[in-house]
Design a protein around this ligand. Sequence first.
Ligand code: AMP
Ligand code: ZN
Ligand code: FE
Ligand code: FE
Length: 292
Amino acid sequence: MASKIQADLHIHTNCSDGTFTPREVVERAHGAGLDVIAITDHDSMAGVPEAQQHGDRCGVEVIAGAEISAYHGEQEFHIIGLHLDTVDPDFLQKLDDIRTARRERIFEMVDKLKKMGVELDGQEVVDSADGGSPGRPHVAQALVDHSHVKDISEAFYRYVGDSGPAFVPKRYLKVEDAIAAIHGVGGVSILAHPGVTDRDHYIPLFVEMGLNGLEAYYPIYSREQTAHYLDMAQRMGLLVSGGSDCHGKRKAEIMIGRVRVPGPYVERIAAAAAVASIARLLPRPDGEEERS
Ligand code: AMP
Ligand code: ZN
Ligand code: FE
Ligand code: FE
């Protein structure tokens, strides 16, 4: 019998730029009737343990994930790692390095704003992320709080949007290195929201680099887009994933559960991660043990 499990495999908490605590995310997922969720903060797994604790209590399976900011050429891509090892020191260090670079980037954006006559305190913006993973939404919120703009949308439109004058790109980790890092901790790598990034022609190259799957379920996709990515995944032998990309109250609507990945896809992701975890423990071809 086909699995009736429903999953939301792309959710942010206040450990990055979401507004809900990990516990609140789990409570809302439970309320929305979800069986499985993945916590996928930007460049952080800090929210995973709290979410898993509460998930154990209310019967929601919480997959350890992260949405890693990566680049290929001039373009930014988001690579979601699922079923990650939350205690591997090298992987944690890699995420920590990205968050350090994110903090430096906040100061660069604040400098650009200053040159335009818009004053913000960079440290205050960094601190508003509470030690988490600060990004443009935190800059946008500070612009609202200090009455430079009327709302978040205006902040993106006028200043920090992808083509805004205060935008600073992230060039921290190459796509192939993000995929390798995910595999290194026994996880599976999923290209986030390809229908938004709109660079499908890179997908075959990323698959050669080891990419395992695509997000075919995403709240702003049309039916045709979902069908397109389901078809592409089937043709290329890729996993299918997706989720709401909930950011709590930072988006006009609370998105948890807005799209639901069907159970069979969720199970295939888990099976692939189990294989990846075993592969991680096997000796390397040159006979050296990967880890003791
Ligand atoms: P960053 O990782 O710092 O580049 O910030 C990217 C995040 O900003 C995305 O994950 C969204 O949460 C948010 N974002 C991007 N564009 C917009 C927009 N036009 N309006 C509101 N939020 C946005
Ligand atoms: Zn975000
Ligand atoms: Fe993203
Ligand atoms: Fe996201």
